[in-house]
Design a binder for this molecule. Structure first.
Ligand SMILES: Cc1cc2nc3c(=O)[nH]c(=O)nc-3n(C[C@H](O)[C@H](O)[C@H](O)COP(=O)(O)OP(=O)(O)OC[C@H]3O[C@@H](n4cnc5c(N)ncnc54)[C@H](O)[C@@H]3O)c2cc1C
Length: 417
């Protein structure tokens, strides 16, 4: 096979970006894979289990990290973003900006720095539900494995972590640095962000402590989450008996996200099962507008329908308020009876959708976006989107999509060589 003269650049090392990089490299193309966070894996790794198999996402990611390690054609750079990009005759000239490496590769992960650090910060991996030391391992399954430092949180003049390090692996004066590279084509696999809970004040988002988002529930049920894997109410730490899932929370709504995120119905069915596993006596109600579980995923819907203690109610939740007795009241338009109901719950999970992370202002390419902000392919410019940066989808679809993006990027690169 012909190869392009320059490597393919893959931006974002979630499941889509990692897949594109591996597929292109295993087909013979050199690849630069960059990730702005300190570790790869994206948002899938924040899930406790993932459908359809309901296994921990770290298992699938381990297979991919093994493939990455074995492939000399891939150069992986974490803590890296694109600072500038210029179209060239045979691709792009791109400036990569690397964040300061405060913790060097010689770190042995002994943890002495973490014990010495007095600064606590909201843990970004747990969506701020827990606090961690400013210097710490990024998360349990992080690859590459090394400690990270949130330098902006350090107290002026403090160097307790570096003083405590027995192998002098901490450089508090590290600087960012840049390099310019020529690439043949670019795959944008920049993924998604959760729709902000605070935008859903009428549903209690950001206002009632026991109204959480679906992404929070994934962390709550994870052993490394805020209550060591127990699903509890944030307000009082008690196990909830009545749990309500509100579907399309801020989705398919012109005031919020006008589109369907494709995964929220399945995510709530999965999460309803988490609740029942922990507390078989729990009463779970899923309020939905439509039940979207395409293809073989319909089995998850059938499983929920056949489970005692899980009710599916076709109804739109319009308002959620504190009931003054330690619970919450949900004002629901019950579509089948045509009545307005007042339901109660101890914990409410809002099934919020996925918003594209990519912004024209944060990526220096002349991106073409669809009306919802998802990235469109540009064959002439050699720019291709993969995974949720292209459209809302699940992991299996993101992987298929990313394989397609690799094939398109190779074709464009070889044509322009
Ligand atoms: C509550 C919830 C539960 C879910 N559960 C499941 C499930 O059980 N099964 C399932 O199949 N799917 C599930 N999904 C969907 C799944 O999370 C997505 O399909 C998956 O995350 C898509 O991967 P991605 O690589 O496209 O994006 P992401 O996971 O978002 O990865 C994108 C990566 O790009 C990086 N990045 C972004 N911008 C830049 C930049 N400018 N420069 C460098 N790097 C950048 C990010 O840091 C990130 O690492 C769930 C979604 C939600 C909301």
């Amino acid at each position: 096979m012909n190869t392009a003269s320059h490597p393919i650049l893959v931006i974002g090392a979630g499941i889509a970006g990692v897949t594109s990089a591996l597929e292109a490299a295993e087909a013979g193309q050199p690849v630069l894979l960059i990730e702005r966070e300190p570790a790869i894996g994206g948002r899938v790794l924040r899930n406790h289990h993932y459908f359809p198999k309901l296994c921990p996402p770290s298992c699938g990611m381990e297979i991919n990290t093994g493939r990455l390690e074995r492939n000399p054609r891939i150069r992986l750079m974490v803590d890296t973003e694109v600072a500038a990009a210029q179209k060239s005759a045979d691709g792009w000239q791109v400036t990569l900006r690397h964040k300061p490496a405060y913790v060097k590769d010689s770190c042995t992960e002994c943890g002495d720095c973490m014990s010495a650090c007095s600064e606590r910060i909201p843990d970004p991996f747990n969506y701020g539900l827990t606090e961690v030391a400013a210097i710490r391992p990024y998360h349990n399954d992080a690859y590459p494995r090394r400690f990270v430092l949130e330098r902006s949180s350090c107290i002026d003049g403090c160097q307790a972590c570096s003083d405590a390090c027995p192998v002098h692996a901490i450089d508090l004066n590290a600087e960012p640095w840049e390099e310019t590279v020529d690439v043949s084509s670019v795959i944008l696999a920049t993924g998604w962000q959760p729709y902000p809970l605070e935008n859903l004040g009428e549903l209690g988002g950001g206002r009632l402590r026991d109204v959480v988002a679906n992404v929070h529930l994934e962390r709550m049920v994870a052993p490394s989450g805020p209550a060591q894997g127990k699903i509890v109410r944030p307000s009082d730490g008690k196990e909830p008996r009545r749990v309500a899932f509100v579907q399309c929370a801020g989705s398919r709504d012109v005031n919020h996200l006008p589109y369907c995120s494709a995964i929220c119905c399945l995510a709530s069915l999965k999460q309803a099962a988490y609740v029942k596993e922990q507390n078989p006596d729990a009463e779970v109600t899923i309020y939905y507008i439509d039940r979207r579980t395409p293809g073989r995923n319909e089995e998850m819907l059938q499983h929920a329908e056949n489970s005692e203690g899980i009710r599916l109610v076709k109804g739109k939740v319009g308002k959620i308020e504190d009931d003054g007795q330690g619970g919450m009241t949900l004002r629901v338009e019950d579509v089948e009876s045509g009545k307005i109901l007042d339901a109660t719950a101890d914990l409410v999970v809002l099934a919020t959708g996925m918003m594209p992370s990519a912004r024209r202002e944060s990526l220096p390419f002349d991106l073409q976006l669809d009306p919802d902000g998802f990235i469109l392919d540009q064959w002439n410019a050699g720019l291709f989107a993969a995974g949720v940066s292209r459209r809302p989808e699940d992991v299996a679809s993101s992987v298929r999509d990313a394989t397609g993006a690799a094939a398109k990027a190779i074709a464009a690169a070889v044509r322009s060589a």
